[in-house]
Write a protein that binds this ligand. Sequence first.
Ligand code: NAP
Length: 269
Amino acid sequence: MPMMDSQRLAGQFAASTMRILILGGTTEASALAQRLAGDTRFEATLSLAGRTSSPRVQPLPTRVGGFGGVAGLTQYLREHEIEAVVDATHPYADQMSANAVAACKQCNVPLASLTRAQWQSMPGDKWQTVSSPAKAAAALGPTPRRVFLSLGRLDLHAFAAAPRHHYVARIIDPPEQAELPPDLRFIQARGPFDLAAERKLLIDETIEAIVSKNSGGSATYPKIAAARELGLPVIMIERPYKAAGELVGSPDEAIAWLARHGALSRRGV
Ligand code: NAP
């Protein structure tokens, strides 16, 4: 191919590549990153909060750490000429989602929110729903119990207010905060977890109650299934309200949404 033609093609290619930002930290964000990595229509950057010291290796350019609120994200979107944002953050990461809605509105950048369905209780489940980790600690009651905490490390300090219980907390990184319940043992592990291992953990630790978020998805569901089998109560912390853009239900739907917006913006719509 003559030099001129290949340069022109490269220019057209660059012009039609859409710059996108994925707000990540979930299995779905990683799955979306995998699909986008090989897709020449998009130039995507993945953003992580930096909650774990050794996040999974990602196939896309990745930035780590907060943007600095709505103002910081707005500046980032402008500086990097981002044309679309996919919010694929955790169902409990409500602040990041609120910031994404506000910043995308200010910059007139389309926003899709990749949501994960909640777990629904089934016959045999003994769920008690509460609105926060502090309420979960209170719901454990006055009698000392053996409690499995399946929460983020930043949520553990709430259980310092209920020091009479024995806690086993599964976390990815050890927590830094000083204020923790006195009788707390850590298990460091990263999902997915399987049913047999979850059942064994609950039996071996003689767990009497589980505290969990309603994360949804399959990676951390086996503990809920094991609790049902063993007749154990689950104190379920309900999801916060999460501001959202256009809802998409899967990484494939997110890609279809991106492709649609890419085509619209090329037509100047
Ligand atoms: P958050 O409360 O929504 O976010 C707090 C701040 O962290 C945001 O305002 C933002 O800082 C920064 N941030 C969050 N997600 C980001 C991302 N993808 N890229 C860049 N910055 C990001 O969320 P959170 O504090 O991370 O977590 C809230 C709850 O979600 C916790 O209960 C946690 O256990 C759960 N969770 C979070 C993650 C995760 O990857 N974030 C994963 C699993 C579970 P700026 O305002 O400075 O931009």
